[in-house]
Design a protein around this ligand. Structure first.
Ligand code: GDP
Ligand code: IMO
Ligand code: MG
Length: 426
């Protein structure tokens, strides 16, 4: 069976975790293909909420193998804490596997993330300070340390000492920080983490392909989103990996011909955490209402999310760069109380109208959104289970989104719970 990709179409937190958990029901393998513990994926099952950072969102099913792919950056300390949290709550993590080719996040990555953000001052990116950017930078510079190095203490120490010679010089001389100690890091990573992680380390590419070859269903779960993508996002206000569907190929080791379904997850409005352009951002009582009703605070860092109207220009671009085969919409219920709802259908700047994303970032910074205003439904959607129960205005809103983006909507979320969704594809 070909694989399915789940990808964020905005700036993250669209509800990838919820729909991964939902779609995982039909899957045998769920693979996270990029990012690290900058992600916060929330699953709400039976009224219980699980916030996952590194563990793939298929973990709640006993019969699914979950895999942390080679494209992920792993802080093993965080992974162990997350596994312990899940086990303490009765979730079996014994089927979790980790690619030996995934790169490790080390304490100096986190330190460098913090101090470089401080150094940037007003120009800061607003990162999660988890060490993601510095870890991917080391991977690209070919000085990273990989998960498989945990299996060989002398190689790990050798690579660590080589890395620390440079990292400590930068930390001390550029940022005026205390140097990090190789023995302390080895004690944590080799003595505490390695024994826990070692049994999970595997040839993830082999695992994925054996599953595909034997007709099993494989789901590739993205973290972050299209507009946080290093190549396709609002650079430099992006993360340091490739969340787009193409990233699933490199981050899990599958070819494009092995993927036949790409589900783009979008909120019924837009949110963003951290700095960067946001054409439809609302700085008024509607924006505050979206924060309140949508509980728009970071799963991971607790930061208040910026909010705005749905932006079809962004979604058109997401449809293109990801090759979306369908859209899944979350949080339609958050719009329940509005009299009218706006959707951005184009941008204007300097007398020019843009239906597609302007390639030059300085244009994006100054665009004015062109809105269509649609009637609200003023009805509580949260208890609905069938598409036919939706008020006409809600159906029209979804239909207008499909028409604007040119992609079919197959699933609509009407609440955080696993059962709070409507099928639009049958
Ligand atoms: P992710 O990072 O894309 O997995 O998304 P997050 O978990 O960070 O943020 C999405 C938030 O919206 C979580 O708190 C979810 O429980 C919640 N959520 C997901 N779908 C829906 C929905 O349809 N309605 C409502 N009200 N909340 C939802
Ligand atoms: P999920 O998977 C929302 C944002 C940060 C910052 C930028 C770079 O839950 O959707 P980084 O720490 O990655 O170097 O930060 O990216 N960011 C996210 N925003 N959801 C996420 O993940 C994010 N992961 C990173 O806020 O603006
Ligand atoms: Mg999130």
């Amino acid at each position: 069976m070909p694989a399915t990709v789940i990808v964020g179409t905005q700036w993250g937190d669209e509800g990838k975790g919820k729909f991964t958990d939902l779609v995982a029901r039909e899957m045998d393998l769920v693979v996270r293909y990029q990012g690290g513990h900058n992600a916060g994926h929330t699953l709400v099952v039976g009224g219980e909420s699980f916030a996952l950072q590194l563990v793939p969102s298929g973990i709640l099913y006993d019969d699914i193998t979950t895999v942390i792919g080679n494209g992920v950056v792993v802080d093993p300390r965080v992974l162990i804490t997350e596994m312990d949290m899940l086990e303490a709550r009765g979730v079996d993590t014994s089927r979790l596997r980790i690619s030996g080719n995934a790169h490790l996040i080390l304490p100096y990555h986190q330190e460098l993330d913090k101090v470089s953000e401080r150094w940037l001052g007003k120009a800061k990116i607003g990162t999660t300070k988890r060490g993601i950017g510095p870890a991917y930078a080391d991977k690209a510079s070919r000085v990273g340390i990989r998960v498989q190095d945990l299996l060989d203490p002398s190689i790990f120490r050798q690579k660590l000492e080589a890395a620390l010679r440079e990292k400590n010089a930068v930390l001390a001389k550029v940022y005026n920080q205390l140097p990090l100690d190789a023995d302390e890091i080895c004690a944590e990573y080799l003595d505490v983490c390695a024994p826990r992680i070692a049994p999970l380390i595997t040839d993830a590419v082999g695992l994925v392909h054996e599953a595909l070859e034997s007709g099993k269903n494989v789901l590739l779960e993205g973290a972050q989103a299209t507009f946080l993508d290093l190549d396709h996002g609002t650079y430099p206000y992006v993360t340091s990996s490739n969340p787009v569907a193409g990233g699933a190929c490199t981050g899990a080791g599958v070819g494009p011909t092995q993927i036949d379904r790409v589900i783009g997850i979008t909120k019924a409005y837009v949110t963003r955490v951290g700095s960067g352009p946001f054409p439809t951002e609302l700085d008024d009582e509607v924006g505050n209402m979206l924060v309140d009703r949508g509980h728009e605070f970071g799963t991971n860092t607790g930061r208040r999310r910026r909010t705005g109207w749905l932006d079809a220009v962004m979604l058109r671009q997401a449809a293109r760069v990801n090759g979306l085969s369908e859209l899944a919409v979350t949080k339609l219920d958050v719009l329940d109380t509005l009299d009218t709802i706006k959707m951005c259908v184009a941008y204007e700047a300097d007398g020019e109208r843009y239906h597609h994303m302007p390639y030059h970032q300085s244009v994006l910074h100054k665009v004015t959104p062109v809105y269509e205003e649609l009637p609200g439904w003023r009805t509580d959607l949260t208890g609905m289970t069938e598409r036919s129960q939706l008020p006409r205005e809600a159906l029209d809103y979804v239909a207008f989104m499909e028409e604007q983006v040119g992609v079919k909507v197959t699933l609509v979320g009407v609440g955080p719970g696993r059962e709070q969704f409507l099928r639009f594809d049958g």
